[in-house]
Design a protein around this ligand. Structure first.
Ligand code: NAG
Ligand code: NAG
Ligand code: ZN
Length: 414
């Protein structure tokens, strides 16, 4: 770039910055530094105390070294999700030495809470989505890692949990047939088991899980039956949808969308997991195969644990992407499945004809089916009932279609 162009760029950047600082509160970016466990814990407690209606702090359990696995729920009526309000989650720092996502979620929590009721977009997100943020899934690994170390390598100190397990290889794999929870979680790490319980028992709709060491979005499947360990796609029945979800994040990130970072190229900054490299026992596949939640894996930085000074720049690069991706939870169709006496049917199966991936209803009979715009044929079914009528459902971009189903008992055999 020529010197003149540089000056103009600086002027423009400054104009934009002063505008955005005027409208939203981002004072939490200063001074830029990582929040270690104690500071993180204190901040989360403070946010909950200052925003009792909007924020609710919970621990999913404890790490090997007894640290709390904190999650912060942010919603206009936290703890009282209204019928059909979708649940969303962001999980970071599963690899303890991949730290940018951890701090981004700490920023995001403050951004949402400080700007609720002041910024229309934030208010809309917090009103319409039950948002759950988990800054650190591996707090022990984080404390074992060192700021400024870009690459500790597989199995390196900090990546793994205190028992030296890679948590993103510790989930039941794609073919795992076992569905009894206690057997599924037997012999798993406490961090993995805590996440499994959360994923299986809360009706999450959409999610992302943050890593580092590359800059891209990776979508399921990571696992594959192919003998090659890379370069061959392992597609889900929802491949087109996953590509769009991944692009929603990547296109809003100024480096990621170029597809060129960290000496690798990925068109549009997205890749199928197995195409990049095959991985067994990962969390995103577990979400898709064993729950109703659609999850992608976001790689945020070439350097896994960059020095704290660069954190505000990462916030700037990811802010739009973080907000856009949350909004995708409203894509598609939602509704309730009830029986002949209008009572909720739990674990009814909702089928989209032509897409071999079903979702099941929550204890309140709710379902959410993420879908791209188009026309679909859908029905609900469950053991002991006749299948529902087949509904022709139109999905438009930018809004959720509501479609309810009623199931009638099978006539009892005499
Ligand atoms: C979805 O449900 C339908 C109807 O019960 C069933 O035929 C189909 O095999 C299910 N698909 C999957 C992937 O489980
Ligand atoms: C679907 O059911 C919900 C919950 O009972 C209700 O609020 C909504 O109006 C229904 N929508 C349609 C389109 O029937
Ligand atoms: Zn990772």
């Amino acid at each position: 770039m020529r010197p003149k162009a540089i000056i103009w760029t600086l002027v423009l950047v400054n104009l934009c910055e002063s505008r955005s600082i005027g409208s939203v509160d981002e004072s939490f970016l200063q001074p830029p530094h990582y929040h270690h466990y104690n500071e993180l814990t204190n901040l989360l407690k403070k946010l909950e105390a200052e925003h009792p209606k909007l924020a609710r702090l919970k621990s999913l359990g404890r790490s090997v070294k007894n640290r709390e696995l904190w999650t912060l729920e942010i919603h206009k009526d936290a703890g009282n999700r209204k019928l059909l309000t979708p649940m969303f989650k962001y999980v970071a720092n599963m690899h303890g030495d991949e730290t940018v996502g951890r701090q981004l979620l700490i920023y995001l929590a403050q951004y949402l809470l400080h700007n609720y009721g002041k910024d229309d977009r934030v208010t809309e997100l917090v009103d319409s989505i039950d948002i759950h943020l988990m800054p650190s899934m591996n707090p022990d690994g984080f404390e074992n890692s060192q700021e400024g170390f870009c690459e500790t390598g597989d199995g390196g100190v900090g990546r793994v949990n205190e028992n030296s397990f890679d948590l993103n290889r510790d989930f039941p794999n794609k073919e795992h047939e076992e569905s009894v929870f206690d057997q599924m979680t037997a012999y798993r790490q406490p961090e993995t088991a805590a996440l499994m319980r959360w994923i299986l028992f809360e009706p999450f709709v959409l999610s992302a899980n943050f890593h580092g060491g590359a800059v891209l979005v990776n979508y399921p499947f990571d696992d594959s039956n192919h003998w090659r360990s890379f370069g061959v796609e392992s597609k889900t029945p929802d491949d087109a949808l996953f590509r769009r979800l991944a692009s929603t994040y990547a296109q809003a990130h100024p480096q990621m969308r170029s597809g060129d970072s960290c000496h690798e190229h990925f068109d549009g900054g997205i890749t199928n997991g197995a195409f990049w490299y095959r991985l067994v026992g990962g969390m995103q596949d577990f979400n898709y195969v064993h729950s109703n939640c659609f999850e992608v894996t976001v790689e945020l930085s070439c350097c896994k644990f960059p020095i704290g000074h660069v954190l505000p720049q990462h916030w700037k690069n990811n802010k739009e992407a973080l907000l856009n991706y949350m909004g995708a939870v409203h894509w598609g169709v939602k509704g309730v499945v009830v029986d002949g006496s209008n009572k909720a049917v739990f674990r009814a199966v909702v089928v989209v004809v032509g897409i071999d991936h079903n979702v099941t209803t929550s204890t309140r009979g709710e379902f959410w089916r993420l879908l791209l715009p188009g026309e679909y044929e859908m029905y609900a079914t469950v053991y002991g009932f006749l299948p529902s009528h087949r509904a022709q459902v139109v999905v438009e971009s930018g809004r959720t279609t509501v479609q309810n189903f009623t199931l009638h008992k099978l006539p009892s055999k005499k």
